[in-house]
Design a protein around this ligand. Sequence first.
Ligand SMILES: *Cc1c(COP(=O)(O)O)cnc(C)c1O
Length: 388
Amino acid sequence: MKKEATLLVTGGSSITSGIHTVNPPVHRGSTVYFDSYADMKRRSSIPSGTVEGITYGTSGLVVQKMFEQAMAELEGGYQTRAFQSGIHAISSALLAFTTSGDHILVCDNVYGPARHFCDTVLSRYNIETEYIPGSAGSDITRYIRPSTSVIYLESPGSNTFEIQDIPAITAIARQKGIVTMLDNTWATPLYLKPFDLGIDISIHSVTKYISGHSDVLMGTVTTCRDVFERFVDFYETLEIFASPDECYLALRGLRTLKVRVEHHEKAALAMAEWLEEHPLVGEVIHPALPSHPDHERFMRDFTGSTGLFAFTFRENYPEETIAAFVDSLELFGLGYSWGGFKSLVTAAAYPRHHSSRYQGKTLIRLYIGLEDLDDLKQDLVTAFERLA
Ligand SMILES: *Cc1c(COP(=O)(O)O)cnc(C)c1O
């Protein structure tokens, strides 16, 4: 009979599962057992990215590999790696492909914290960030220097929804050996295929649609084959990985992504069309509307739209009036992020380096969730009545 201290350590471990559930088991582990010394030597020589190559918890465990493989297949990339947030994925991709003395081009409508990272961290390593207009295309040649190493795009861009001419930009970047990255969070892997458009690295905030329930923070980087070695060396050297629980939830989110996104698409577009007719609304900023300045590019490159867009008021209201409008909404929660089941609203102005048609204007950003559309419209009707 084993003594108590041993029982504490080994109790229950004689039960091996053999049970197969619809969803995968979640392993928690730092140490991963090898069958033998020979197995240890063999597995340590297998490239990462496969379950066979897992030698330690920091390799990422089984459910992480499953999620990464699903993402790489969906996006049409070579391999994916998971991160503990979207911004961590962005900052790591930028660090992996830059060196002191480099110059990088970033679209002016980039996600705010990504801009902050470039301006405050990359700058300390003597990496210069220059912002290009949100609807840049072949005019990008004007900004390229011999030291340009990365072009970073986000399309449609955060908050102001400009669309870049991705194929025109990637064709130029290819010729010059510049690595291109795209934040593809808005379109999801379903509605834009970055690798078909020549992008080298696609980034997602999994926090949004992919996990889909506002209870996960995660990101991914997917690369084409050419740049994978450089990226994965960086990822493994920094021992980046995502927690098994978060990977489990992200994988579960993927299973229902299509039906959720199709609903967000339909509801948001109907809402955008309805708002366009409203007498107090100035401009509705939604790439799938023919009135959107980059609508033609959108139709050419995307196969669908999703649930996030913005509008301006016809009149320039003082801040108290904007506050009253936002605060009177009951079904739209006031809060950052999007991609979950709940409708959300934010209100802000977005200063840009380059001239913008929304300069100085307050943008009301709506995220259309899974509530009944008529109830959401009624919520807005009530808020508009307070303005009139
Ligand atoms: C939210 C967001 C991110 C960052 O994701 P987190 O997981 O919240 O760090 C990056 N890009 C876009 C476009 C986003 O909306």
